[in-house]
Ligand binder design. Structure first.
Ligand code: PMP
Length: 456
């Protein structure tokens, strides 16, 4: 195979793409991305795109073509590529130390391959803790409407986006949904911190209904990602923390999307003064230069698994083969170094503010923009038919806006899979290296695309 028509043919004949309906690909060419540099990628025909979604799913935080990461991975691989994580590795130890320096209160790092897997490890730890400490009770795992935690059966059982879960049942038992905290589509006639506290109180109601002695974990995204880019209102996190403490429920923050700088701090939870018992991360950890995901927990949780060495079943009986690949932590170390050296957290905050300001300006012109929201370089614009009723814009039209941006050389996303056919939130998550010009170019494309599709 040496030219791209062979590649396209092989793709069409053999590759099953993720989240893709394949019928249209029988007549259209699949897109093959062949090269990337900074914020830009090029497809098989040589067309250049400004990537406003960091590799489609909020992953390539430091941008494309980073030779420093490739070189670090290369050097590590030729020295020592793999050994099972039941032993240690140099980059695994070094990255764990650097990471924990950024996460006060946490102390143990468990290496795996994907965000789903990192979350599932938490669920397994919590189930084992229930058996070790609570006589087999406290096995229930609470998750929130609109949040997403992965594609495996157990993580789908914690899936708050119905479109992703439909037709995959039966799911795993003892996963219980709590209401969302989104003020834009309010469930209670309150605003601001009162709304935030009420949304947290709704979690307490679920705990009381289920019986606090049965609930082991509350699993939340710091900013809901695929569910529509949703930040909790003021007052929410403080109450959540109180409730977890009161009922002895461990708190798990899923930072698979928000982790490693995406929101302008190393981790999303660090905006809100939360003290989690578990944090999981994946996408930005190595910016897609290697597959790596991590479950982080406290020394207190870790201690529970080593208190009786005479009991052979007492430790965490779990393994992840590719958690032992050294490419992951080697890439993660270099990735973190870039974020520090280039001051990318500050840049993310500044550019995020610019993006929000630009989109709010567009909202003055385009009635269809019902809400603009986000944190750092993680921004959403929810499209509605009517600002009063907030009826969601038609999914096909939202898709047309995404396509119109594409036609202008800008790749954006649309998300919010909580209700089937309700994918009405434009989503922007450019790399943390984005410049003011990049942000303006993205927003100009959106402006033109909205005019093309909705008029005005
Ligand atoms: N948690 C969140 C918040 C996610 O957005 C995702 C992926 N989109 C996952 C977990 C699952 O990660 P992965 O696809 O790496 O399994």
């Amino acid at each position: 195979m040496n030219d791209l028509s062979d590649v396209i043919e092989a793709d069409r004949a053999h590759v099953w793409h993720h989240l893709t309906q394949h019928k249209p690909l029988e007549t259209n060419n699949p897109r093959i991305i062949v090269e990337g540099k900074g914020m830009r990628v090029w497809d098989q025909s040589g067309r250049e795109f400004l990537d406003a979604v960091s590799g489609g799913v909020w992953t390539v935080n430091v941008g494309y073509g980073r030779t420093a990461i490739a070189d670090a991975v290369h050097a590590q691989l030729v020295k020592m590529n793999y050994f099972a994580q039941s032993v240690g590795s140099i980059p695994g130890s070094e990255f764990a130390k650097k990471l924990i320096e950024k996460m006060p209160g946490l102390s143990r790092v468990y290496y795996v391959n994907s965000g789903s897997e990192a979350n599932e490890k938490v669920f397994k730890m919590v189930r084992q803790i229930a058996h070790k400490k609570y006589d087999g009770k406290k096995t229930k795992i609470l998750y929130r409407d609109r949040d997403y935690h992965g594609s495996t059966l157990a993580t789908m059982s914690a899936g708050g986006q119905d479109e992703r879960v439909m037709q995959f049942g039966p799911l795993a038992p003892d996963f219980v949904r709590v209401p969302h905290c989104m003020e834009y589509r309010a469930q209670w006639d309150l605003t601001g911190a009162e709304y935030g506290r009420k949304a947290a109180d709704a979690i307490e109601e679920v705990i009381l209904r289920e019986g606090p002695e049965t609930v082991g974990l509350l699993c939340l995204e710091p900013v809901t990602a695929g569910g529509g880019v949703i930040e909790a209102p003021e007052g929410y996190w403080e109450r959540v923390q109180e409730i977890c403490k009161k009922y002895d429920v461990l708190l798990h923050i899923d930072e698979v999307v928000c982790g490693m700088g995406r929101t302008g701090k190393w981790f999303g939870y660090q905006h809100y003064g939360i003290k989690p018992d578990f944090v999981t991360m994946a996408k930005g950890v190595a910016s897609g230069y290697a597959a790596i995901a991590i479950t982080v927990t406290t020394e207190e949780v870790f201690e529970l698994f080593k208190d009786d060495p005479s009991d052979k079943l007492n430790y965490f009986r779990d393994i992840s083969t590719f958690g032992g690949c050294t490419a992951g932590p080697a890439a993660a170390l270099a990735n973190m170094q870039i974020i520090e050296d280039e001051n990318l957290l500050d840049n993310t905050t500044k550019m995020g503010e610019r993006m929000l300001a630009n989109l709010n300006k567009l909202a003055e012109k385009h009635e269809v923009i019902g809400d603009v929201r986000g944190k750092g370089l993680f921004v959403g614009a929810e499209l509605v038919v009517d600002r009063e009723t907030k009826e969601p814009a038609e999914e096909a039209k939202v898709g047309a806006v995404v396509a119109a941006c594409n036609a202008r050389g800008v790749i954006i996303g649309a998300t919010n899979r909580s209700v089937p056919g309700f994918n009405n939130t434009l989503c922007f998550s450019p790399a943390l290296i984005a410049t003011a010009d990049d942000i303006d170019e993205i927003c100009n494309a959106v402006d033109e695309a909205l005019t093309e599709v909705f008029g005005g």
